[in-house]
Design a protein around this ligand. Structure first.
Ligand SMILES: Cc1ncc(COP(=O)(O)O)c(C=O)c1O
Length: 388
């Protein structure tokens, strides 16, 4: 059994619209600004929402839809929406201050005289760093990306190809975040992190606002009259899950689906926090194959959303990951990376266990939504696992 643990969260609010203190974590103007800016970027196209009829039939549910992020802005992951947008947004502030007047988001690239002297910095297990590097490249500033020792060479190359400098760090993702933060402080660099901690909330808020473009598209593309009943969403630091839950809750109100967070067993900081009734970290002892989800520390800005919106937290081994990647490739021609299939795997494993399926309220009437958050972000690892 790949699902290791399940926690039902009694603190989740049911049958009501999103309370203001939660929707205000990503206020509507902040989500609208992200939508307006990102949909205006050259090359923007909504990613497809794919109906997986074969899997839905096999598992006996009414619908199973997969939001396929594999071609997002040629960066191959939904993270393209967050880091790059936050870089533009932060640079807008820097330029506005230097000019003594507010400049618009779409004017940032006209001010290379100001942006050239700025260095943005971040830590990554691959995808967020690639997004920040792309944003820096687009806006003409310097970029340094910290990666821990287990991040693959392919993911380093993808970041370097965008002109960023990569700094390797001993330890795990959480160590790389700490090092990036220290060096940012010492050098006067602009930290553009996708995770947040006390005193550092605004940039990750902007990152999460960018992610809501993905859930907004998914809701517009949803092909049924009734909304999804269940959303299985993968968790790293929780920024992704937080933005999806908040955005969907604001849109669907008391019809919000049952949100189920799925995490790798060795990095289940959201699960641990739910059990403890407050933020808890995990000291990662082994790296999951789902590299993008291998975070031991919870994003502080995401937690208040998750605590009140997510009904269930699951932890899972890596076992179903490669077989599911292969199935998607062979049966649906979908390129799904290791972290992309976590939500889908949470569903297929849970429904295969009658007791758990009952506890999660899964039935023949269920309409499932999952987010395929990346494509072949490391083509060598992808080919090894999928075998093509
Ligand atoms: C492909 C992919 N999916 C999901 C996630 C999880 O996002 P978060 O850390 O915001 O929870 C990541 C994080 O890097 C990722 O790269």
């Amino acid at each position: 059994m790949a699902i290791q643990k399940h926690w039902h969260n009694d603190k989740a609010l049911l049958g009501q619209s999103c309370p203001v203190h939660i929707s205000d974590v990503l206020p509507a103007p902040c989500r609208h600004q992200a939508m307006e800016t990102i949909t205006g970027w050259s090359g923007y196209v909504p990613t497809p929402l794919r109906s997986l009829h074969g899997l839905a039939g096999e598992f006996g549910v009414s619908a199973l839809c997969y939001k396929d992020e594999s071609a997002r802005f040629n960066l191959a992951s939904f993270k393209a929406l967050g880091g790059a947008y936050a870089v533009q947004s932060e640079l807008r502030k820097v330029i506005s201050e230097a000019c003594g007047r507010e400049i618009a988001m779409d004017q940032v690239d006209e001010h290379s005289g100001h942006t050239a002297s700025v260095t943005v910095v971040t830590a990554t297990d691959g995808n967020h760093g690639r997004s920040v590097a792309w944003g820096a490249d687009r806006c003409g500033c310097r970029c340094v990306v910290y990666m821990h020792e287990q991040v693959s060479a392919g993911r380093q190359q993808a970041v370097e190809a965008l002109g960023a400098q990569v700094q390797r760090v001993k330890g795990n993702y959480d160590d790389s975040v700490r090092q990036a933060q220290e060096d940012a402080k010492a050098n006067g660099w602009l930290m553009v992190s996708d995770t947040s901690w006390p005193g550092y909330l605004e940039v990750p808020r902007t990152v999460m606002a960018g992610y809501t473009v993905m859930s907004s598209e998914a809701m517009e593309q949803w092909p049924f009259a009734e909304p999804p009943t269940h959303v299985f969403i993968q968790g790293g630091c929780g920024g992704l899950a937080g933005s999806v839950c908040l955005d969907m809750w604001c849109r669907l109100g008391d019809k919000k689906p049952r949100f189920i967070v799925v995490e790798p067993e060795p990095a289940a900081c959201l699960y641990e926090s739910a059990c403890a009734g407050g933020i808890r970290g995990v000291d990662i002892q082994s790296e999951s194959l789902m590299a993008g989800l291998s975070c031991g520390e919870v994003s502080h800005i995401a937690w208040p959303i998750l605590e009140r919106s997510v009904e269930d937290f699951l932890t899972m081994t890596d076992e179903p990951v490669a077989p599911l990647m292969r199935r998607l490739a062979q049966e649906e021609s979908i390129v799904a990376g290791e972290s992309a299939v976590a939500g889908l795997a949470g569903f297929t494993e849970a429904i295969g266990d009658q007791h758990l399926a009952n506890r999660l309220g899964l039935s023949a009437d269920s309409r499932i939504l999952v987010f395929g958050t990346e494509g072949a972000t490391d083509p060598v690892i992808y080919d090894t696992l999928v075998g093509c």
